[in-house]
Design a protein around this ligand. Sequence first.
Ligand SMILES: *Cc1c(COP(=O)(O)O)cnc(C)c1O
Length: 371
Amino acid sequence: MKKIPFLRPNLVKKETLLPYLSEIDTSRIYSNFGPLNKRFEQRILHEYFDNSGEITTVSNATIGLILAISHCKRPNGKYALMPSFTFAATPLAALWCGLEPYFVDIRADDWCMNEELLNETMQKLGDQVAVVVPYATFGNNMNLEIYQQWHQSGIPVVIDAAASFGATHHKCHFGKDFPGCVVYSFHATKSFGIGEGGLIYSGNSDQISKIRQAENFGFSLNRVTDTIGLNGKISEYTAAIGLSTLEVYSQKAKTRQQIYSWYLKELSQKDLLSKGWKLQKNKGTIPHQFMPIACPKGKKNNDIINSLANRNIEARTYFSPSCHTHPQFMNYPRTPLPVTEELSSRILSLPLWEEMTLEDVNLIVEGLVSS
Ligand SMILES: *Cc1c(COP(=O)(O)O)cnc(C)c1O
């Protein structure tokens, strides 16, 4: 039986890197915001953000979240408000910044943090709120208007946009002009995969220059440390992979959308959406990282995972178990989380990678039918 893996990352090939590697051999600059990193950043800012705002590359999105939260948090705040339905990196970043995660439930339709509940929680906690960290679930182009208002009213907002690089709505890249910080991941398993890497964007350029200082040991211009820092830079080799990936990314994103649309077609042809299977409500264009779907109420995602495994199909359950049940996070405060808990028992992450065929999608959806 044919084996269908969950993900099959396919990064740029060595031939496309050679011209950049020769440049590194000539420049003999290997890191510290070198010429390739500079070009990588300039191209991203130009091609994805219309030269509006500012960006800085980071060694990964977890470090990016730590840098952004550390820079933005209110000094006397205690809590980082965030969904529990996210990757462990989100609450971990808060902990590294000396904050406690405070988990807020999500909405049943788009699986993003419930803003009404968040608002009530913010009212209750008042000055104890240090920062709000929404997660743009699975690359969804979530509406940022209310977060923009909160940010401008003095409650800092850092968006975990790990899966969002390349996501657009009405031709506008997700996060563009947002005045807080937006953090994207370039991990190999993300759609814009370069191995390890990430990006922080802000519509407020001043914030990015301070974060850029923080990710270089907090050095000011005369190389003395005058803010809390760390090393969060990428090497010139990573920038080379990034530049080469920019050449092919729009095609990669299209391929991913195509596979997603095959799923939609197969799911509706086999009538699963009227039999209790549920998709995330999303909008705009998303370079899907994988295929999330909730199984019908009363079924258990883990049973379906096993049934797919018997057909040689590998699936996962991102983000179940959700964060508030992990030993490291279970003692932190939270709102009631009924939607998170229900989704955690139903969520499945189905395979999605660029060389998948319609036949693969057909086999997977067949597997769901008989699960
Ligand atoms: C992948 C991911 C991260 C971490 O990204 P890295 O670049 O691997 O550090 C953070 N948050 C979410 C929601 C993610 O999916």
